[in-house]
Design a protein around this ligand. Structure first.
Ligand code: LM2
Ligand code: CA
Length: 469
């Protein structure tokens, strides 16, 4: 239940972090549909604080809700609706980052992005409306200062203020109703599902109560859900508490894949059930996300776009591998400034995403999702969905494997790979996806093929047993 992304069997979504709705609509039409992406995770769609006090307009202001009105830094409701419809029309679905654990942080007051007033210190959010009675009380929160500070105690993690963010009491039906109305509005517009922000800080049964108040999608079926639970074997709360509710983020995979790319031998162990990693059927998998790529939630020593060769290997491998449901990150440049908002003009409006003649993006948008070794692997993952992994081979910093008899993947971190390998694919001539078919691979009658990987920036070969377009 809640695990169907409603995109015709496609398998990869991309987080277009901080993009404007107008740009996402264009990207669906000009790129995502063609490459076989299932959908887009968009930044929070609802009204949020405009932070100026600690930092001028950081990206994280969008994780401080003011109301459920659909005007944010990415655009207004009309633009949002237009985007959802245009993307849907070309087979690309929209998944909303839903920040419903809390409202804005204590100490913040003023007017939000849709013009609603608010005062966090009074727990007053008339744009919803929520008032003091709708928030968790000190009686429910076992913490000396009201903040989350004991990850060994679920009551502390779930009923206290996360980094000072005013914590909603989801045991109340009124609170559930406000959130369900927000979600149902989005479902009416054509959204296909939700990322539940800070799900670790909400009781699973209370998320279920909200889910039970939701409509089916207009085309039928339950919305897709993935729950943000940072479980690195370091606290009382585990991902398995959430698997009945949809997919659950698997942050241990981020650590494992970083180690695996740094030390290829560890790729043998990239999914480690000894580590209690989430079963594949409910694991939501990614190499990095908008938090941990900049040292926020679950961060530290992971792979990001800042080391492109390693990063491409990590993402391509992840998309080839038979674990979980995958999300690709698409970033903007931020240097060493972990609060820096998206590329913007002097008045802080977000800049457009211009596309260069070589297909890369301008204005400081990184667009990892357009890198060949990443973008072209969406087709691979779509083609091999449901097949097993076989013919695994990993030595000398080279790894290769087949997915059923539908796809073959090989990657060489160092040196030059020149090997005749058993691919298990039917005889024929295949296109290497990574090089846009510049390289062709011939599989003989016994399934063997001569695979060559040059020691360049895209040290990967991948092909599928379906026509290449
Ligand atoms: C998440 N997942 O569970 C988001 O992925 C993550 O980006 C959010 O934190 C977090 N949960 C809450 O939604 C981000 C950011 C924080 C930031 C909050 C709220 O990582 O640094 O906290 O959004 O904007 C900021 C300040 C923090 C301050 C807080 C409240 O950095 O110092 O705490 O606002 O004013 C006093
Ligand atoms: Ca909470």
């Amino acid at each position: 239940l809640y695990t169907d992304p409603h995109c015709n069997g496609k398998q990869v979504i991309v987080h277009l972090f901080e993009w404007k709705w107008t740009d996402i609509a264009l990207e669906c039409e000009r790129f995502l549909a063609k490459k076989g992406y299932c959908g887009v995770q968009v930044s929070p769609v609802n009204e949020h604080v405009m932070v100026t006090k600690d930092y001028p307009r950081p990206w994280w202001e969008r994780y401080q809700p003011v109301s459920y009105k659909l005007t944010s830094r990415s655009g207004n409701e009309a633009e949002f609706i237009d985007m959802v419809q245009r993307c849907k029309k070309v087979g690309v679905r929209v998944f909303v980052d839903a920040v419903v654990n809390h409202m804005a942080g204590l100490g913040r007051t003023g007017t939000g992005t849709a013009g609603s007033t608010f005062n966090s210190d009074n727990y007053d959010f008339p744009g919803v409306p929520f008032s003091r009675q709708h928030f968790n009380t000190r009686a429910r929160c076992p913490s000396h200062d009201g903040n989350v500070n004991n990850y060994g105690d679920p009551n502390n993690v779930r009923n206290c203020n996360l980094v000072g963010l005013t914590d909603l009491d989801h045991s109340q039906e009124y609170v559930q109703d406000m959130i369900a109305a927000f979600f149902n509005h989005l479902i009416d517009i054509g959204v296909a599902g939700f990322r539940i922000d800070a799900a670790k800080h909400m009781w699973p049964k209370e998320i279920t109560a909200i889910q039970n108040k939701l409509k089916d999608l207009p085309e039928g079926g339950r919305p897709f859900f993935y729950h943000e639970v940072i479980d690195q074997n370091d606290g009382a709360i585990t991902t398995t508490e959430y698997t009945a509710l949809g997919y659950v983020t698997e942050f241990r995979y981020c650590q494992k894949i970083a180690w695996g790319i740094r030390n290829f031998g560890d790729l043998n162990n990239v999914v480690d059930y000894g580590w209690h990693m989430t079963p594949s059927a409910n694991a939501f998998v990614f190499v990095d996300n908008h938090d941990n790529q900049r040292g926020h939630g679950g961060g530290g020593n992971l792979l990001t776009h800042k080391t492109p060769r390693d990063y491409k290997m990590a993402v391509a491998f992840t998309l080839a591998y038979d674990y979980g449901f995958t999300r690709v990150m698409s970033s903007y440049e931020f240097g060493d400034d972990s609060s820096l908002g998206p590329p913007h003009s002097a008045d802080f409006t977000t800049k457009d995403v211009p596309i260069n003649s070589d297909g890369s993006c301008g204005n400081g948008w990184v667009c990892e999702h357009r890198w060949r070794a990443i973008a072209n692997m969406a087709a691979f993952r779509n083609a091999v969905a449901g097949t097993d992994k076989r013919k695994w081979h990993n030595e000398n910093e080279q790894v290769s494997f087949a997915r059923g008899n539908k796809g073959f993947f090989a990657m060489a971190k160092s040196g030059h790979m020149d090997a005749t390998l058993d691919t298990g694919l039917p005889a024929g001539e295949y296109c290497d996806l990574i090089s846009d078919c510049a390289q062709k691979i011939t599989v003989d009658g016994s399934g063997r093929a001569h695979i060559v990987i040059n020691n360049n920036d895209d040290p990967i070969v991948a092909f599928i047993a379906v026509p290449y377009n």
